[in-house]
Design a protein around this ligand. Structure first.
Ligand code: S3P
Length: 176
């Protein structure tokens, strides 16, 4: 299947890895959040403010359906795409899902350093470390149920992660 989805919580490096992995495979890459913002002409924060999380999730599902029709693409998905069962079914049916993980403190540090956090990542619960810990716990089984394989990004650079994924890809091709 010529679609790879990077799934995982905010701040696990999905977009950076998607870009590097696509380069390595000579495929294209897309950030699903960016596609959504371009399509609707508003930032995620603005969509959350105007329509709430449900309005955002409806748009996210719509964009996912479109992205699933692509070929030879690496897609960095939004961290909550796995919340809806129909999205999980679509991800699994349309390509290979790679789950990028990191511990809660690492995620918090990365989000604080990312200048796009304010516009892209409105609070989903109480905010801060407590939100990360709580949502990681509730989402873990959902990421797990989609993942073809998992990489802990805490101790790896994006380049190392791409090398791990590439060797996995080669094995899965050899194994048929
Ligand atoms: C979300 C993650 C964000 C974005 C939105 C909701 C989530 O994407 O889709 O703020 O529910 O975890 P990133 O994972 O790219 O930050």
């Amino acid at each position: 299947m010529a679609l790879i989805f990077l799934i995982g919580y905010r701040g696990t490096g999905k977009s950076t890895v998607a870009r590097l992995l696509a380069d390595r495979l000579a495929w294209r890459w897309l950030d699903a959040d960016q596609v959504l913002e371009d399509r609707f002409g508003r930032s995620i924060r603005q969509i959350f403010a105007a329509e709430g999380e449900t309005g955002f999730r409806d748009k996210e599902s719509l964009v996912l359906r479109e992205l699933c029709g692509l070929d030879r693409h690496v897609i960095a998905t939004g961290g909550g795409v796995i919340l809806r069962p129909e999205n999980r079914a679509l991800l699994q049916a349309s390509g290979k899902c790679i789950w990028l993980t990191a511990d809660a403190r690492t995620i918090q540090q990365r989000l604080q350093q990312d200048t796009t956090t304010a516009e892209r990542r409105p609070n989903l619960a109480q905010g801060g470390l407590a939100e990360i810990v709580e949502l990681l716990q509730t989402r873990q089984p959902l990421y797990e149920s989609c993942a073809n394989f998992t990489i802990d990004t805490t101790c790896h650079s994006p380049e190392e992660i791409v090398a791990i994924i590439s060797s996995q890809q080669e094995h899965s091709v050899q194994d048929g």
